[in-house]
Ligand binder design. Structure first.
Ligand code: UDP
Length: 245
């Protein structure tokens, strides 16, 4: 496969065209940003780790009937993906209160939600990725009501699968962000990545008073040992995939 021009460079990935117009190559970077890119840095080995974790999770989700953009991973930090038109939405699913939910509602950190919460944010750095209402989403024609229903259903299905998968890794899934795209037949596919950059992952072995964070919050909050945490998550994912139950 020959790789052509760089199509897009984001905060964590570079997207290249390939000789097949239906296939793109995503190159995962070690660069890390937080707080709408106000904090910048690098996490050594993150590109390889996040690409490997995402590849495994996309494969597992495909095996459970969830359609994703994943094709294969030709190198540890590279993923071949189906070309899709990404919807400008960040779809956040929450099981436990953390981050902006606590800041905006006053719910204490760690509150277990009675049912998963699905939220839509407008993927727009200039506006600071604001929380959307469904009416605003329709007003701006970011997705159709039918697409929003499909995405909500998929997000909840993915959450069910991921809660169980991360449990097998000894990890509590607090919340995560998904992105979806439309293929040439307007079919909704799960896209982007699922990794410690996009999930809040807490070590299930620790209790609330001694919480061990295994995700990008280590970088956001300068908790140290960021590389070790990412590496540990990858090892646990590989073990869980191998154990196959
Ligand atoms: N998230 C993400 N990209 C973003 C914003 C959020 O991957 O641009 C993830 C984040 O890692 C967390 C979840 O979405 O797992 C919910 O994030 P939240 O809204 O609490 O925002 P934060 O406090 O992370 O800014």
């Amino acid at each position: 496969m020959s790789v052509h021009s760089k199509l897009y460079e984001g905060k964590a990935k570079i997207l290249y065209a390939t000789d097949d117009p239906g296939i793109l190559l995503a190159d995962f970077k070690d660069d890390a940003t937080a707080f709408n890119a106000q904090k910048r840095g690098s996490i050594l080995g993150k590109g390889n780790i996040n690409c490997s974790i995402s590849s495994k999770l996309f494969q597992q989700l495909e095996a459970h009937g969830i359609k994703t953009h994943f094709i294969d991973s030709p190198a540890p930090n590279q993923m071949r993906v189906k070309a899709v038109k990404i919807l400008p939405l960040e779809v956040v699913v929450r099981n436990i209160a953390a981050g902006s939910l606590c800041q905006q509602t006053g719910l204490p950190l760690g509150t277990v939600l009675k049912q998963p919460l699905v939220e839509f944010y407008y993927k727009n750095d200039q506006l600071g990725d604001p929380l959307l209402t469904r009416d605003r989403l329709y007003l701006m024609e970011l997705a159709t009501p039918e697409q929003v229903d499909i995405i909500t259903h998929l997000a909840l299905q993915i959450n069910e699968f991921l809660i169980h998968f991360w449990q097998k890794c000894g990890i509590t899934l607090v919340d995560f962000k998904l992105e979806f795209g439309l293929d040439s037949e307007q079919q909704v596919l799960l896209a982007d990545e699922i990794s410690p950059d996009t999930c809040r992952l807490w070590d299930a072995a620790e209790n609330d008073s001694n919480r061990r964070v295994l995700d990008k919050d280590r970088f956001r909050r300068d908790l140290g040992n960021v590389e070790d945490a990412y590496q540990e998550v990858l090892q646990r994912v590989l073990q869980a995939v191998e154990s196959k139950n």
